[in-house]
Structures are given as structure tokens and as C-alpha cells.
Design a protein around this ligand. Sequence first.
Ligand SMILES: *Cc1c(COP(=O)(O)O)cnc(C)c1O
Length: 450
Amino acid sequence: MAERTKYILDEADLPAQWYNVVPDLPEPPPPPLHPGTREPVGPADLAPLFPQALIEQEVTAERYIDIPEEVRDVYRLWRPSPLYRAHRLEKALGTPARIYYKYEGVSPVGSHKPNTAVPQAFYNAAEGVTRLTTETGAGQWGSALAFACATFGLSCEVWQVRASYDQKPYRKLMMETFGAQVYPSPSDRTAAGRAILAENPQSTGSLGIAISEAVEQAAADPGARYALGSVLNHVLLHQTVIGEEALRQFELAGDTPDVLVGCTGGGSNFGGLAFPFLREKLAGRMNPVIRAVEPAACPTLTRGRYAYDFGDTAGLTPLLKMHTLGHDFIPDPIHAGGLRYHGMSPLISHIYELGLIEALAIGQQECFAAGVQFARTEGIIPAPEPTHALAACIQEALRCKETGEEKVILTALCGHAHLDLPAYGAYLAGDMVDNELPDAALEKSLAALP
Ligand SMILES: *Cc1c(COP(=O)(O)O)cnc(C)c1O
């Protein structure tokens, strides 16, 4: 077979269904609990926050969910996304490994986030919701939801972590261009924000605080709902278009992956790529190693505790059984803003506990070195988050160089860095530091688990 660089599917090959991995797992994940009663939450508990269709998807036992035609129409703006073979990176590394990457930077905002923002906005609009609230860190999720809300005629309000709001004006301008309102978090618009500001007027915020603010606002307005960009089952469900397309593209390539690698913040791009391959693995049709990569400064899977915790700082969300660093943990300000969340998707956490995936943590300097090498060989500047996955790909490819193994490696290149170039600036100037997380800081935040 001639070795191509780029595998492109026809629009007709756009997946018609999302894949739900839960019914294929040897045991189901533990349910979310009501923080007051400690009983499993019911649909009525979630109704003030999410539309009915998404609540159903959150708990569904169906293996496949039809993607609405209105959503597929918007997906066609950029999907199916390309799968590339990284010939030039392989050559630069001198590895016999074959490296492939599924590129999600072709979306309107430059990441995988619109794969779920679009259906979330669609279902809310279909149920008569007029206003969505959300949080964002570096701004990838906020800009994806702002785009999706513009598409379906919803108003959109975004609480952006203060540190990013001040340092990264371009994402805010993108959100505003799509018509969203953007507030720095903590803000004085919510009780949760005011409580944090009373304690520390200089607070630079966190995703957990911004979630509290957005949830509080949505819960108080019957015409509003809240949207989350990662972590929850329905979000990972929507992202499985990535893996379903990649499976077909591997058929075109006549190849089968031995190792899948993805970066994990809340787990959505990783789950989106990995779950369809995990289905194939559980059915015995292939046997890839599946590996999650997280930042050493926010090592949820590798050093966090598997316990019930809140999804936000103020304790407004249901309790989720997940790998967590503690809901008031505030990670060091590393450049991969999308990987700075204190928890991990309950579904990914459960699958990790079942031993179906591996995890490792890597410091940001090694990651940016990988990002620069990738940019100089493949011509795409990776977002800071997927540089973590690329660093792990390079580690694997270099092991293959030593052993002579011709492994096939697949990663999700879940976004580009066109609005994150100051991070590369810091790396190139030699100003980047590795923030190892001290045990004492971790013990302190874990002591506050509910
Ligand atoms: C948000 C984001 C992440 C982290 O979120 P996941 O849910 O773990 O995918 C990673 N990469 C990019 C480009 C992002 O925008």
C-alpha cells in the first residue's frame, strides 16, 4: 500500500451516531450523588441545569445515539476532520514507529470543543432555553460555546478565569465576536464570586470557581441552563465522533494502532478518541494500549484520590466519583490552561480503575520541546494541551528506536496554538519552569474532600 500523509473522509462518511461506552464496560461507573442526601441524583435534580435530552444522554444505557441532522449540518463545516501520518516527525526522530494524528484544529475555534458545544446548544434551543451560562479557562470552551450559541440563536454568558481573562485577550475578543458576554471570574455578579473576592480581592480564579458562578446564575433563571465543556458523560459521548472517524481512516490507511495517546484535562478529547477503539479492544478486534497524559503540575489520575468530590469550588454541583486533587485545589499557572482542572471525568476515572487505560504525567518543558519539534516537522503549532500527548508519543517512538519495534501510534491533536503563542514565547525565551506539585499542597487540598 502506498504510504499517504493525509487520510480524508467524504462528507457522506460523517458519523450518524455517537458511541456510548458504558454498556460495553465490565461494570458501570458509580452514580453522581446529591450533596445533601448522598443518594444518587435523579433527573429532577439536574433539570434546573441541563435540558432533558442531555440528562437522558448522561445516564443512557443505549450503545448508540443518533446525531440530529441539524447538528450534523453544523459538523459539516469542518468534519470529518483529517487524519495525518507524521512522516516528517518520524524521520526527524529516526524511529521505525508509525505516528498518526487526528487533527481537531480545523474547527471554527481551533479545537475539539465545538463537537459538544454544537449539540449542547442545539438541545437547549430545541427545549426553549434562551440563555446558556458557562465557565472557561484559557477560552477554548467559551469560544466554542459562543460559536454554537450564535448558530442556534441563544445568548451566551461566560465566566472566564481571571488570570486568563487578563493575560489572553484574544479568546475574549473571539467570544465577543460570536456575540457572548464575558466576565472575569471571580466576579461580583454572583454570591460565589463575591465570597471568594471577600476572602481574597486579588484572586486570579480557577475553573472550579468559574463553574460555581456559571451554575449559580443558571440555577436562578428558569430560562437559562448551564453548559459544561468536559468531564460529564454526555460531553465525552459527543466527542466520540473523533474516534469513529479515526477508525474509518485507519481502514483507509490499512493500519491498526498499537498505542493510543491523548492529553487529559477533564478527559473529553481523550475519551472521544479512545472510546471507539476501546470498544474494538473489548470486542477482541484489536488490542491497543491506551494512555492518558496529564501535566505534572495537575496530576489528577496519577496522584489524585479516587473519591466523591464536588465539580466546583463552592460545592454547588452533585458529588462525582472521580480522580480529584480536591475541589479547592488551585494548580500552578502552567501554560496548558485546559489541563488545570482539579478533577477528572468520572467515566475516565472508572475506566482507569478497571485497568483498561494507563496514565502518566509530564512536565511542561518537555511538552513544549515536543510542540516545537512537531511544529518544525509537521507545520502545525500544537495547542499547549496536546503537546503533552505529543511528548508521550515521542517517548514511545524513541523507545521503538531502541528496540526496533514498528509500533503504530495514534494521538489526538486536539487544537492549534494560534491564540496561545505567548506560551511558546515563554518557552523559546527560556522562561518556562516546571512546577512539580509538592506532597504537602496535595495533602492539604485532599483533606478538604467532602
Ligand atoms: C479544553 C481543552 C483540553 C482539555 O479538555 P479535555 O476535556 O481533557 O479534552 C485539551 N486540549 C484543548 C485544545 C482544549 O481546548
